[in-house]
Design a binder for this molecule. Structure first.
Ligand code: B3K
Ligand code: ZN
Length: 877
């Protein structure tokens, strides 16, 4: 462990920057190991600070070497500046001056993948949140916005493509015969949006004509062998541009929009102004190599990064505590886009299912934090599901409270009022409130309070007076640093249904309807509905109107009725989930007690009706049939017993499979998609149901299913079907599973993104020596510790490997800890993300919990990056 541990940065300590940088002129003389960066920063004291004599303190990194510094052309002797803890400090400055810095950096050996680094044969950058300081000394904070001009110098034979933000304004030869290219971005921006790319890249060109009839040049760059896989992304980009004009009135501003795909990238993609950089896994797509899910992900990430041009770039964050200002809002925008492009209900179910599994777990664990955190040690650790997904739910609730029209007025006011500024979540809410007249004062607590509220509903019906009352209570459990909680403003959408399954109308607040939004503001409130002609079944929290855990004692009959009759598609899915959770809870209990498994037949009956109803949307049927995941059941459990959960799920799946084998076989055959592969909603829906049916059928005793799996694997003309068959073979221990895995690798070894899927599936394969198998994968020629996608595939797959990861001797946890310790030095951001499974140690059953804790303690004893230190120390606190 280090002598002194890193300290926390606090929101309450925010101060405006003492200096501003009006113009930033950068020159990069590119070289693999010795890149020279020269900056001319046109600076002045910030008038908002009044008359001040504060020294100039610029952010830097331990990996950059300062060659020289000059002020207004005067080279500073070493006694006129200091380098302290990666900061460059200059005490005496004029009120206005040009600061010149020359730094030396080593992109080739930059394994952190932030700042300027190499990926394959190219140079690329990642500057959010604090990567720019690894390039040169700067005021690396989002409220310092500057106009950037960037000159790139390189050997044109190796780096014919040289890109940065904005428009190319000049190109020529240097005296040494190298090529230089100048880029100018007229929009002031924080350094985190800076980008540079250089390489021997292929390009796909297109044009988008905006609503005001400006032609925007669109370019997607990839390594040469991948350029045939960008058509889908290009079309998705054009759909996003049109949608943002139509839905938010937002038009693109520069004359050119570029996207570059790189293989080595810490996350999905980055919204650099005019030059988005993408993890190739979120950009490249072809039917043969890409599954339906991955196609949809490409579309949503392309949209997300594009939408940031307004929600993030034109209006940016004042400080990193406000991260959800851009991320929550932009996730909400990309979710709405995908919903408009495909099916609203399917999209909502997928998003909510993810939120309830992963974000709820985060919000109940040691890293729980508000959507607007009030403290952090390393900001990279706060690109979380809470900031992104719960942040999006907050924006969605504002949308529910205001309604479509007023919400649009609010977003228009927000963009107009704050264009070119760095602002706060409060500013966002203020614009929404000012434009709509809706009081959001109480609602704002959602931003500052961590934890998932638990909402408990009871009801009573008075036959005499035809009155129906819903009593709703809220309670938010304590989270680290927030022992007591306040009540929140929770919008609860409710529908009323008769015992026959029809919509039931009622009077509520001068409105007669069968669907209402209740405003829960106190710890307990009773809502009274009148003129209700029969006893209702409440359909609660329709379309998941708030990110809460809902409790209401539904009977099995009521859940079955909601499953078949609710007009809210989301709640039909929700009812099925609840039925399955009820069954599984009993089974888990039986497993833990060592009792024989037994289930009642209701769920099977419900599924049977679903499989036989040909009028339903196949995508919804597939979603309803998917059993609650291991991860979701772990989130729900008080104490997690991974083996018991796995056993219960397996038993339930096999039982349903055997009871309905004929129906699954039938549905499997009926939903085969004929004709050329297309990633459209309809075909995706059929493939999804077909493969879900196959996953059940293959668990049944019907041997024909085994043949169907093998046939589909061999004959599939698209990755969705081929990989579905392979996964089913692996999960059901198909007799040819091993051969299929080998054949799959041989077929696709030249396609890294497909190999990643193979690595993940192989690492998740349960066996007596799962750990040995995973160790072998890390020695496999296709594995590369430098590539985050590969690391995540193997370690992510292993995390799902119950017998391997949760081995009772603790060897699985030890192995993960070993990898974290190695990566802590090479790539702290990646290492920190890999800690997530270990942060759940307190909830595991005691014999596993103690082993996991030991590994966290072992990690904490190392010399740690801020990233890993923060997660591990908070987990042990
Ligand atoms: N804004 C980036 C995330 C940057 C993460 C830095 N550790 C991608 C996105 O959310 O669009
Ligand atoms: Zn984003």
């Amino acid at each position: 462990m280090k002598e002194s541990q890193p300290s926390a940065i606090l929101l309450k300590d925010y101060k405006v920057p003492p200096f501003l940088i009006d113009k930033t002129e950068l020159t990069f003389d590119l070289d693999e190991t010795n890149t020279v960066v020269t900056s001319h920063l046109h600076m002045r004291r910030n008038p908002a600070c009044g008359k001040s004599t504060q020294p100039l303190v610029l952010d830097g990194g331990e990996d950059i070497k300062l060659i020289g510094v000059a002020m207004d052309g005067y080279t500073l002797p070493s006694e006129e500046y200091r380098l302290v803890d990666d900061k460059l400090i200059i005490t005496a400055t004029a009120d206005e001056f040009v600061l010149t810095c020359e730094t030396l950096i080593d992109p080739q050996n930059n394994t952190r993948l932030e700042g300027l680094y190499r990926s394959s044969s190219m140079f690329c950058t990642q500057c959010e949140a604090e990567g720019f300081r690894h390039i040169t000394y700067y005021l690396d904070r989002p409220d310092v916005m500057s106009v950037f001009t960037t000159t790139i110098i390189a050997d044109e034979t190796r780096y014919p493509v040289m890109l940065s933000n904005g428009n190319e304004t000049e190109r020529g030869k240097t005296d040494e015969g190298k090529t230089f290219v100048v880029w100018h971005d007229p929009f002031p921006k924080p350094a985190y949006l800076f980008a540079l790319v250089a390489g021997d890249l292929a390009v796909k060109n297109d044009v988008f004509t905006t609503q005001s009839k400006r032609d925007i040049k669109l370019q997607i760059f990839t390594e040469r062998h991948n350029i045939d896989k960008v058509n889908y992304a290009m079309e998705a980009l054009k759909r996003s541009m049109r949608w943002d004009e139509e839905t938010y009135g937002r038009e693109y501003d520069l004359d050119i929009f570029m996207i570059v795909a790189v293989d080595d990238f810490n996350m999905g993609a980055m919204e650099n102004k005019g030059l988005n950089i993408f993890n190739s896994s979120c950009l490249l797509a072809s039917p043969e190599t890409t599954t339906d899910d991955a196609f949809l992900r490409v579309e949503s990430v392309v949209a997300h990064e594009y939408f940031h041009n307004w929600s993030g770039n034109r209006v940016t964050c004042r400080d990193w505590f406000q991260l959800s200002l851009k991320e929550g809002f932009t996730v909400f925008r990309d979710q709405s886009f995908s919903s408009d492009m495909h099916s609203e209900t399917v999209k909502r179910v997928e998003d909510v299912s993810f939120l309830k599994t992963a974000q709820f777990a985060e919000d109940a664990g040691p890293m729980a934090h508000p959507v607007r955190p009030s403290s952090y040690i390393e900001i990279s650790n706060f690109y979380t599901l809470t900031v992104y997904e719960k942040g999006a739910e907050i924006v969605r609730m504002i949308h529910t409270l205001l309604g479509e029209e007023a919400f649009r007025k609010g977003s228009d006011l927000y963009f107009e009022r704050h264009d070119g500024q760095a602002v706060t979540c409060d500013d966002f809410v203020a614009a929404m409130q000012d434009a709509s007249g809706v009081d959001l004062t109480l609602f704002k607590r959602w931003y500052s309070q961590a934890g998932t509220p638990v909402v408990t509903v009871t009801d009573e019906y008075d036959e005499q007076t035809k009155t129906y009352r819903l009593t709703v209570k809220q309670h938010t459990p304590a989270t680290p640093a927030q022992p007591t909680k306040l009540s929140l403003h929770i919008p609860i959408r409710v529908g009323l249904i008769s015992e026959q399954g029809d919509a039931l109308t009622a009077d509520f607040h001068n409105e007669r309807s069968d669907d209402f939004v209740l405003h829960l503001k106190d710890n307990e409130q009773t809502f009274e509905f009148t003129s209700v002609h029969s006893k209702p079944i409440p359909s609660l929290l329709r379309s998941f109107s708030a990110p809460v855990k809902l409790h209401y004692e539904y009977t099995t009959e009521q859940l079955l009725l909601l499953l078949s009759c609710d007009s809210d598609g989301f709640n039909r899915w929700s009812a099925a989930q609840q039925l399955a959770v009820n069954e599984l809870s009993q089974l888990i209990q039986q497993a833990e007690n060592g009792d024989a498994f037994s289930i009642d037949s209701n769920l099977v009956a419900g599924f049977k009706a679903l499989l036989e109803d040909e009028t339903l949307d196949p995508a919804m049927v597939a979603l309803i049939l998917k059993l609650p995941s291991q991860a979701y059941l772990s989130e729900l459990a008080e104490v997690i017993d991974p083996q018991a959960i796995k056993g219960a799920r397996h038993f339930l799946k096999v039982t349903i499979a055997n009871a309905l084998a004929a129906q699954f076989a039938d549905v499997y055959k009926k939903h085969v998609v004929m004709g050329k592969y297309q990633a459209n909603a309809q075909d995706i829906a059929h493939r999804s149901l077909k493969n879900t049916a196959l996953s059940y059928w293959a668990e049944s005793a019907d041997q024909r299913a085994q043949t169907a799996v093998a046939e589909q694997f061999k004959q599939a003309d698209n990755m969705t079907d081929q990989f579905a068959a392979l996964s089913i073979a692996v999960k059901t221990n198909h007799k040819s599973a091993q051969n299929m895995l080998t054949a799959f690798y041989e077929q696709w070894k030249a396609e890294p993104l497909v190999v990643n899927k193979w690595l993940m599936l192989s690492a998740s394969q349960e066996s007596d020596d799962a750990l040995g198998a995973v160790k072998a994968l890390m020695e496999h020629p296709s594995f590369d510790l430098k590539n985050p996608n590969k690391v995540r595939s193997v370690l992510g797959g292993f995390g799902q490997n119950t017998s391997g990861f949760h081995h009772k001797d603790g060897s699985g946890y030890q192995f993960l800890a070993d990898q974290i310790i190695v990566l802590n030095k090479r790539n702290p951001q990646l290492a920190s993300r890999l800690c997530t499974p270990l942060t759940r140690w307190k909830k595991l059953k005691p014999e596993l919990s103690v082993q996991m804790k030991q590994q966290l303690e072992r990690i904490l004893a190392e010399d740690l990056s801020k990233d890993v230190y923060e997660v591990v120390s908070k987990s042990l606190a």
